[in-house]
Design a protein around this ligand. Structure first.
Ligand code: SF4
Ligand code: MG
Length: 457
């Protein structure tokens, strides 16, 4: 998911719309904005894409100088409108709204406990647990109630909360998901999942929130605190760099584009191939393919064209749509591929269905050899921290060797980047500040919702 918030600007919901537009790649199922005019919160949430949902009249209906927004793809709970965020409630202490990127690993237990005490849940999103805990807290201030609630949850959360008069931002102590603070020339504060959203609205990037940091912005003043027990180690999501984030963003202190290019360069060193050209699976494989080309000296060319009118295949939740999506999304350039030995670079293999179709497409377009190179290690474990990887049984690398996968996808050879290579590319060779659980099986939390055979780091 993607989150955006702004406070202290007369066009808060307009800017939130732009911010969400820049974060659309982080979720395409639903989008929402909640704005505060100082007394009342107003919400608009809808299934679909930001640009389709937020027409001028809809934005006019969201007045005020503060707003938060969310783009969603489902990791916990179904994909229906009841789970669209920001969530929004009236309770004894007033009104508040919450937008969450991440996934709570103990939400099921907490929800059962709250329901036993009489809480009525309106969604099946894990985020609602935080709202109930907050609303039930006996602490004197909103901030103290929030801290008490968050001390009970475990897992990944970058969260924005809006009350009538405050914008609050929190990042979990492991720092799984990104969250960056910015400032506009006019003095408004902005928060966003990625710097690309700040760049779009010409906000200055101030800094990333620290893992475990809580920031409150009220009456133009920003207060920061570290109210949680520090995590034993950081767990910044390495897959943000591999695939999820937009390449023009700067994330966890590194340029996503540069990291991806280094992934490709390292891949060329670890898994060389004799070939005539290097092509990418667009868009996610492009920087790594360029890196592979530069490190290997094999020329880069455009052998696959991506339709601009199809979204990210993976994020659509149904297998049936996903299958159809691959064919709609990519087409091969026969003139580039004919008679050539081709290295094709992609960021990851999940189920293997995309790769298989791509290899077949390249061969049908005349490629004589297809060498598939993947700019991350085999995806063997599900993510419980906010990326929608399927269950272990669906992950092809969980039950098949690289040779078996190569055969399945009909590639002449297949090579993955090593875990060590991944660490080198993010300039953390020991991977001591990153989560790599989907590749290594080394999870950072005790609870894992429904894990089988996973180890805690
Ligand atoms: Fe990111 Fe993978 Fe860790 Fe999930 S398991 S947070 S996708 S690195
Ligand atoms: Mg891709």
């Amino acid at each position: 998911c993607g989150i955006f918030g702004i406070v202290g600007h007369g066009e808060a919901s307009n800017l939130t719309y732009l911010g969400l537009h820049a974060l659309q790649h982080r979720g395409q199922e639903s989008a929402g904005i909640v704005a505060s005019d100082g007394n009342t919160l107003r919400a608009h949430r809808q299934m679909g894409l930001v640009a389709d949902i937020f027409t001028a009249p809809v934005i006019e209906g969201l007045p005020g100088k503060a707003a938060i927004g969310h783009v969603r793809y489902s990791t916990a709970g179904g994909s229906g409108i009841k789970n669209a965020q920001p969530l929004f409630v009236n309770y004894a202490g007033g009104q508040f709204s919450i937008a969450h990127n991440g996934n709570l690993v103990n939400a099921v237990e907490l929800k059962a406990e709250l329901e036993a005490e009489g809480a009525l849940f309106q969604s099946d999103a894990d985020t609602e647990v935080v709202m109930h805990l907050l609303a039930r807290s006996k602490q004197p201030t909103f901030e103290a109630r929030l801290v008490e609630a968050l001390r009970r949850v475990e897992g990944a959360y970058s969260i924005l909360l809006l009350t009538e008069d405050k914008l609050i931002a929190v990042r979990d102590p492991n720092g799984f998901r990104p969250l960056v603070l910015g400032k506009m020339k006019e003095g408004a504060y902005v928060l966003a999942s990625e710097t690309t959203a700040l760049d779009l609205i010409e906000a200055e990037i101030v800094r990333e929130l620290e893992p475990g940091e809580l920031v409150v912005i009220e009456n133009g003043v920003l207060r920061s605190s570290m109210p949680f027990k520090p995590a034993p180690r950081l767990g910044r999501c390495i897959f943000e760099h591999v695939y999820f984030a937009k390449p023009d963003s700067v994330l966890f202190g590194s340029s996503v584009y540069e990291v991806r290019k280094r992934l490709g360069m390292q891949l060329a060193r670890e898994q060389p191939a004799e070939a005539d050209l290097v092509i990418a699976v667009p868009d996610s494989g492009v920087p790594a393919a360029i890196g592979f080309s530069q490190a290997s000296g094999i020329p880069y060319d455009v052998g696959l064209i991506r339709s601009h009118y199809v979204g990210r295949t993976f994020i659509e939740p149904q297998q049936s749509i996903r299958h159809f999506g691959v064919k709609l999304k990519l087409s091969a350039v026969r003139q580039v591929l004919k008679g050539k030995r081709v290295v094709v670079v992609d960021d990851s293999i999940v189920r293997g269905t995309t790769s298989r179709k791509i290899v077949k497409m390249l061969k049908a377009a005349g490629a004589v050899e297809v060498h598939l190179r993947i700019s991350s290690p085999p995806t063997q474990w599900p993510c419980y921290y906010g990326i929608d990887t399927p269950s272990r049984t669906e992950l092809i690398a969980a039950s098949h060797t690289t040779e078996e996968i190569a055969k399945y996808v009909t590639a002449d050879s297949l090579g993955y980047l090593s875990l060590e290579g991944l660490g080198t590319a993010v300039e953390d060779p020991k991977r001591s500040t990153y989560c790599t659980a989907c590749f290594s099986g080394q999870y950072l939390t005790d609870k894992l919702s429904q894990s089988a055979g996973a180890t805690k780091l």
